[in-house]
Design a protein around this ligand. Structure first.
Ligand code: ATP
Ligand SMILES: Nc1ccn([C@@H]2O[C@H](COP(=O)(O)O)[C@@H](O)[C@H]2O)c(=O)n1
Length: 231
């Protein structure tokens, strides 16, 4: 037992941020699974609260109404990278949070300071509870949620590459419209006053435009291993 404690790798907290479609979720899940770490998709939490607002008749364009309602939904996030899960008031929300309606409304809800305070607290609690270490991905993890993270990564990719990736997920998708929607969401997320999408000063930037997903995963695994080895 004593031996196991001596040889177990140190718990590591990894923050992965970046714009939409840069590969944050795919990379974070795979890295967490490979290294035996927990995984948290913070975008899913903002999507979940947005879905709750929409299904409970809250006008998501009314920031005051969103702020008032923000404490009501109970959001639970799973942290197993092989089975990401999210419930709202005990109901599985993993499907509904991916609809086009939620995607087009989430930036308005996530810009409301009361929403961010609530969700940030949840995220910090989850990271504290992850004894073996965790990969947390989002937009403001390195700058605001976990500024003391052991390793911060900021993924980027050209808008063209990101639109092509996203369009590849849906048969017959219009790449130009997808690109426009990505750019619009990034502008809203980068332009909000509270905790905007931004690269932390001490984050390692990885441009994934010309990399395969496997190459990005390998690159991040190496960075985590180097960090664990104290390099
Ligand atoms: N390097 C890559 N090369 C090709 N395809 C990739 C690469 N990285 C991710 N993808 C694909 O791009 C799509 C978007 O990836 P992913 O969902 O991981 O991005 P994201 O940054 O989490 O996006 P969002 O912030 O919008 O949730 C997925 O279909 C994924 O398989
Ligand atoms: N740390 C974060 C993570 C996400 N958001 C907001 O949620 C939206 C959805 O994120 P996805 O990663 O699931 O696409 C995103 O557009 C942001 O509005 C955030 O604010 N902070």
């Amino acid at each position: 037992m004593e031996n196991a404690a001596r040889t177990a790798p140190a718990a590591v907290i990894v923050a992965i941020d970046g714009p939409s479609g840069t590969g944050k979720s795919s990379t974070s899940r795979a890295v967490a699974a490979k290294l035996g770490l927990s995984y948290l998709d913070t975008g899913a939490q903002y999507r979940a609260i947005t879905w709750w607002m929409l299904t409970n008749g809250v006008d998501v364009t009314d920031a005051a109404a969103v702020a008032t309602a923000s404490a009501k939904p109970v959001i639970d996030s799973g942290t197993d990278p092989s089975a990401p899960a999210i419930t709202v008031d005990g109901q599985d929300a993993s499907g509904p949070i991916r609809t086009q309606e939620v995607t087009s409304r989430v930036s308005a809800v996530s810009a409301v300071p009361e929403v961010r305070t609530r969700i940030t607290e949840l995220q910090r609690e989850i990271a504290r509870a992850a004894g073996g270490g965790i990969v947390v991905e989002g937009r403001d993890i390195g700058t605001t949620v976990l500024p003391g993270a052991d390793l911060k990564i900021f993924l980027t990719a050209s808008a063209e590459a990101r639109a092509a990736r996203r369009s590849g997920e849906t048969k017959g998708a219009d790449v130009a419209a997808t690109k426009e929607a990505l750019i619009k969401r990034d502008a809203a997320d980068s332009g909000r006053k509270t905790s905007p999408l931004a690269k932390a000063d001490d984050a390692v930037e990885v441009d994934t435009t010309d990399l395969t997903l496997d190459q990005v995963i390998e690159c991040v695994v190496t960075l985590v291993e180097e960090k664990r080895a104290g390099k």
